[in-house]
Design a protein around this ligand. Structure first.
Ligand SMILES: O=C(O)[C@H](CS(=O)(=O)O)OP(=O)(O)O
Length: 228
């Protein structure tokens, strides 16, 4: 199996070749999406942009809305912010969830044509590696969504390192990768006490390696993407 990395927020030309694209967003989109699915949601629809999300919600009047803008503040009027801690306490049994976020969802939409597309985070990392191996993937591209000019994105790089190590068959302990999530530039904002919408509970969940034993393949349904 061959591996490459693509940094979503870098301007220079980068290639993301291969049969499998794994978009990683540990803080917080795909930790949130995993919690939503674990809490019984029927489906998560990742939609780019608040206006398009509002239009999608108008087509699905019973859907639950989850969203945040760049920096992590919730979208006003939505049912939930991009907070796994908040969603962990919600009963979402049978619900459709429409989700918009500034980085993770954008990463999925950018690679929506990939032959096999996964959303991944540390909470489902081992299951993601298992699913990729079972698919017979030959070349895997990891998309790092959390690196910005003011953030190292190491929470996502750590997750990519962990999944790649598992796919290489290495015997790895997830603890050091979880610690990198806590120590990352963005991770530290969740304990600084100066970002009211970035809760310590979100970070603790996001750093809980292999909390869930399912992967999150992303499917195309007409013009929409969906995770089930
Ligand atoms: O809501 C979040 O935690 C982040 C904020 S930002 O876009 O990284 O500033 O969004 P996400 O898409 O989950 O990375």
């Amino acid at each position: 199996m061959r591996f490459s990395r693509f940094f979503l927020n870098r301007l220079q030309d980068q290639a993301c070749s291969g049969d499998t694209v794994v978009v990683i967003d540990v803080l917080r989109s795909f930790t949130t999406a995993a919690v939503v699915l674990a809490n019984g949601a029927r489906a998560v629809y990742p939609v780019e942009g608040v206006a398009t999300t509002v239009a999608r919600l108008a087509q699905m009047p019973d859907a639950v809305s989850v969203g945040a803008v760049g920096g992590g503040d919730p979208v006003p009027g939505f049912d939930f912010g991009n907070s796994p801690w908040q969603l962990m306490q919600a009963d979402l049994t049978g619900k459709n969830v429409v989700m918009t976020t500034a980085a993770g969802v954008r990463g999925l939409q950018r690679f929506r044509q990939a032959r096999r597309l996964y959303a991944a985070s540390l909470v489902c990392a081992r299951a993601t590696a298992k699913a990729i191996r079972a698919s017979g993937a030959a070349e895997v591209c990891f998309v790092i969504t959390g690196e910005w000019v003011d953030r190292d994105g190491d929470e996502d790089i750590a997750c990519a390192d962990y999944i790649e190590a598992l796919l290489r068959g290495e015997a790895v302990n997830p603890d050091s990768f979880a610690q990198r999530v806590r120590d990352s530039d963005f991770g530290r904002r969740f304990t600084a006490g100066t970002w009211p919408h970035l809760r310590r509970g979100d970070l603790e969940l996001a750093a809980h390696a292999d909390l869930f034993n399912f992967a999150m393949p992303v499917w195309r349904e007409g013009e929409w993407l969906v995770m089930r």
